[in-house]
Design a binder for this molecule. Structure first.
Ligand code: IMP
Length: 203
């Protein structure tokens, strides 16, 4: 099928930069909601990352009739029953600073060591096509919750996310390395392959 443009459902410029970088060799124009002139809000009332991504992408696709991509991501802490999970942005309230949220997670893991502190970032990306078809991909980045905040890079829970394989915190990674390793980067590269397959479909 012919794909000339794709809308990525985010208002976040940082995310858009990452998306454009990874999809740059697909030969498709990638627009943010703002660039496409779409004012949209979709209720994220799904129970999984995938459900939320599909809800968002489908709702906006219905409004504009173009191929729409949307993502949903968050942090799962195994010892906390995979909290905060899909509630990562809402955890302790949207207006609570990440310094407070991060310290709260550290406090809740008191007494736990090494692999008992295992956690992962998860990102699901959904593509909603005007013909009704849906594609989803998922990427994860495995690690552990550290004992303190470290690093000036990244955002959200990055300062407490320790990567044992690399001996550093996610907040200490450069943007290039983070994109290479991150849940979002992995999910996006898998989505790029899905889009490539769709592009190669005969009319
Ligand atoms: P979303 O924008 O609805 O996907 O919400 C994602 C939330 O999960 C963010 O607000 C962060 O709290 C958290 N999160 C997702 N990805 C990352 C990351 O790469 N680093 C740090 N926090 C993240």
């Amino acid at each position: 099928m012919k794909i000339e443009k794709i809308i990525f459902a985010t208002g976040n410029e940082g995310k858009m930069r990452e998306v454009r970088m990874i999809l740059s060799d697909l030969g498709v124009e990638v627009l943010s909601l703002k660039e496409a002139g779409i004012e949209a809000h979709a209720e994220e009332n799904g129970k999984t990352f995938e459900e939320n991504a599909v809800i968002k992408a489908s709702e906006i696709m219905r409004q504009c009739g173009e191929i729409v991509l949307a993502d949903d991501s968050g942090l799962e802490v195994d010892a906390l029953n995979k909290e905060p999970g899909i509630y990562s942005a809402r955890y302790m309230g949207y207006d609570t600073s990440y310094h407070v949220k991060n310290q709260n997670l550290i406090d809740r893991l008191e007494g736990k060591k090494g692999s008992e502190r295992s956690a992962r970032f998860v990102c699901a990306i959904a593509a909603a096509l005007p013909d009704g078809r849906i594609r989803t991909t998922r990427g994860t980045m495995e690690g552990e919750i550290g004992y303190e905040e470290r690093g000036e890079n990244g955002f959200g829970y990055d300062p407490i996310f320790y990567l044992p394989e690399y001996g550093c915190y996610s907040g200490e990674l450069s943007l290039e390395v983070k994109n290479e390793l991150s849940h979002r980067g992995k999910a996006l590269r898998l989505m790029k392959e899905e889009l490539r397959k769709l592009k190669e479909e005969r009319q």
